[in-house]
Every structure is written in C-alpha cells, then in structure tokens.
Write a protein that binds this ligand. Structure first.
Ligand SMILES: *Cc1c(COP(=O)(O)O)cnc(C)c1O
Length: 391
C-alpha cells in the first residue's frame, strides 16, 4: 500500500492502474511486492518479447551498460551500426532512423512521407490517410493521426492533414483518394489493429491500398509498433499479406523492454530525411541497441517463428474449447478474445487476483504473451482463464 500511495501522490494519474506493485520477473513469470507469483500473458503490452530478464538479453544489455551507456548522435557507435545492419538486412529495408517509442517512430514516418512529397511535388500534398479505429500514439501529431474520435478532445488544435477511411472499405479508400485533389502523400495502417480491438485487415483491402498507392506515388506506412518483430508469427506482419510498405515503424517488442523506436524506409524514400531535418538525443542509444540485437538474434534463430506459430495455434484451439469464448481474432501471438456474456474488464481483474496478467482492447480480452512462452505455461494460464470464465 505504501508504494501505491507514494506513487499516486507523486505521479500524474494518467492511467487507471491495477493494484499490483511489480517487483521482479524471470521469463514468463513475475512477482509482486508481497511475493505473489503471476504468469504473464501481456508482456507489458507486447514489449517484453523474450519475457522477463531473458538470460541472453540480460547479458547483452549489462555488458553494454558496463562499456558505454550513451553518446550523442554526433558520434558513431559500433553497436548502433550492428543493430541497424541486422534490422535492415532482416527486414529488407534500406535505412533506419532510431527513436525511443512507437509514437516517435510514427512521427518520423509522418515527417518522412510529407518531405518525400514536398521534395518531389512542392507544397500541398501533405494529407495522410489513416484508418478508423487505428492507434498511432499519444504525441499531438500521432494522436491527430489516430482514427478514434475519443482521442480528439481537450488538446485543440490538433495537427491538420489526417483523413480517416474505414478499415476494409475499398470504396471509401478509392473515393477519398479520388476526391482529394491530389493532396495525399501517404496511407498509414496497422495490418492488425491492436488498441482498436485486435482486428486484422482483409487481404483485398491491403491489396487495394498498395495498388492505389503505387499508381499515385503515395507512400504506404505500416505501423508495426505492435505487430512487428515476430509478434504475429512472421518477422513483420506485412509478410502475411505479401506486402512490404515503403515505411515500417517498430517499437514495443523490438528491444525486449528497453525503450526504442525504429522507422524503416525502403530504397524509394530512404534518402528523404537529411542532416538537420530530424533527430533524437536518445535515439539509437547503445543500451537499446544491445537489447534489440538480443531480440533480433533470438527471433531470427532457426525455428523460432515456427514455434511462435505453433503456440498461437495451441492458444486458439484451447480458447475455442471454452464455452464462454465467442470468437478469437488476431494473428500469431496477438490474440483478441470476444466473450459471450462476461465483461473483459471484470475478467482481467479476477485473473489478476488468481495470478494471471491479461490485457484488454476495446471490448475484447487481448493476449500478447512473451514470444518465448512454453506450451505448459500456455496451459497453466489458460486453466486459470477457463476457471474464471466458468464461474
Ligand atoms: C503502442 C502503439 C503505438 C505507440 O507507441 P508508444 O511507444 O506508446 O509511443 C503506436 N502504434 C501502435 C500500433 C501501437 O500499438
């Protein structure tokens, strides 16, 4: 109680927090300050992709801390070079810009898309289409990009230049672009909308986006902040759709729990951001890069993603056996669960009491377990989940 009181007396109350004071963790389990054990199906919102304090990740991060924790981006570091090369080569992108969060990665993508268009066509072609129910971050610009009216309050004026189209509505997309007076420079999308309710886009819609964009020299920005780096069973979720966006943004799981953001650009637009046009004091920080290398080496290792897919199948088949589960959405280990009668928020609270950490997304339960979760741990957690749903 002492911690919670101290916390609430001193930290801004921007979150509805659960009464859990987390003290430590190892792999898929964490322990609160009273010594109670939890199995984690949330990974700190898909961030601890290798679980808590994964051995290799700890080694890489600690070794880096002991040699160089930070230097300004006026100098080079080998570790940033190594991480950048590894990330570009694994994803097939030409260049990367490092920031520290998903919102920053998206800010970079938005600036890049606008400058690409400005350089080529001059002023006026600055609008970006984003999808209804999307989520792109909490900075003023990424909030403006987010296609949910609930977020467009209090902070007026918002950043101009975002037009919303309904996800999976090709007619809406086409008419918006045709009526835009050639003012669109990019379409930004999440292949699986995370905060919006774990909804995957349709292949037809994704095909239409890429086709129309290609035809009109409009860039496609894939916000893979939540879906990227193995979360969906592929390194990037775009692979499920056979697509590579001009720009892809990454963050959450990329460095296994150290703050990082990355904006990847393909050959068409990798030269757009030039000296002085963008920057970040902490971006590409050596500790973040060390964490990122540990994650990438693990996720890219032989058979790792096959296992992610097998575990996703196990989750799905076990979940569908539960009477109270109406349906399961998402891709890979990004799982949305629609319940028949129970409220997601109530289930999350009961689960907490019983030692299971869950997330919600809109009216659904959302699972983003560590990619390293084991089959017996999946069963252990789902047993608790099932008990709650059957009460
Ligand atoms: C979480 C998230 C963001 C914002 O990331 P932050 O690190 O909180 O800034 C942006 N886009 C998507 C798809 C996300 O899931």
């Amino acid at each position: 109680m002492e911690t919670i009181e101290k916390f609430n007396n001193n930290v801004m109350q921007t979150y509805g927090r659960y009464p859990l004071v987390m003290e430590k963790g190892k792999d898929r389990h964490c322990v609160d300050e009273n010594g109670k054990n939890y199995i984690d199906f949330g990974s700190g919102i898909g961030t601890n992709s290798l679980g808590y304090c994964n051995d290799k990740w700890v080694d890489y991060v600690c070794n880096q801390v002991k040699s160089l924790q930070h230097t300004s981006n006026y100098y080079y570091t080998k570790i940033q070079a190594d991480f950048a090369e590894m990330l570009c080569s694994a994803t097939g992108y030409s260049k990367v810009f490092f920031g520290n969060s998903g919102a920053e990665a998206n800010e970079c993508a938005i600036k890049l898309a606008r400058k690409y268009s400005f350089d080529k066509y001059g002023k006026g072609r600055h609008n970006i289409i984003t999808l209804v129910n999307s989520f792109h971050g909490r900075t003023l610009c990424t909030l403006s990009a987010t296609g949910q009216e609930v977020f467009h309050n209090y902070f007026f004026p918002f950043v101009e230049g975002f037009i919303n189209v309904e996800a999976n509505n090709i007619d809406d997309l086409e008419s918006t672009i045709n009526n835009s007076d050639n003012s669109i420079c990019a379409v930004m999308l999440e292949y699986v909308q995370g905060e919006g309710g774990v909804n995957a886009l349709n292949q037809d819609f994704v095909d239409a986006v890429f086709e129309i964009c290609e035809k009109n020299d409009i860039l496609v920005i894939a916000d893979e902040v939540q879906t990227g780096i193995g979360r969906t069973g592929k390194l990037l979720a775009g692979e499920h759709f056979g697509k590579k966006a001009n720009i892809t943004t990454l963050a959450k799981g990329l460095a296994g729990g150290v703050p990082v953001g990355a904006c990847l650009a393909d050959e068409k637009c990798s030269g757009v951001l030039t000296a002085g046009t963008h920057g970040s004091t902490f971006g590409g920080n050596p500790i973040a890069c060390a964490g990122g290398i540990a994650v990438l080496e693990t996720v890219m290792s032989e058979g790792f993603l096959d296992e992610v897919n097998q575990k996703a199948e196990l989750f799905k088949s076990e979940l569908l056996k539960i009477e109270e589960v109406e349906s399961v959405s998402g891709l890979g280990l990004m799982i949305g669960i629609t319940l028949k009668d129970k409220k997601a928020g109530d289930v999350v609270k009961s689960a907490l009491e019983r030692g299971l950490l869950l997330l919600t997304a809109k009216e659904k339960i959302r699972l983003l377990p560590p990619l390293t979760i084991q089959n017996d741990e999946i069963k252990e957690g789902l047993e608790i989940f099932k008990t709650i749903l059957e009460e």
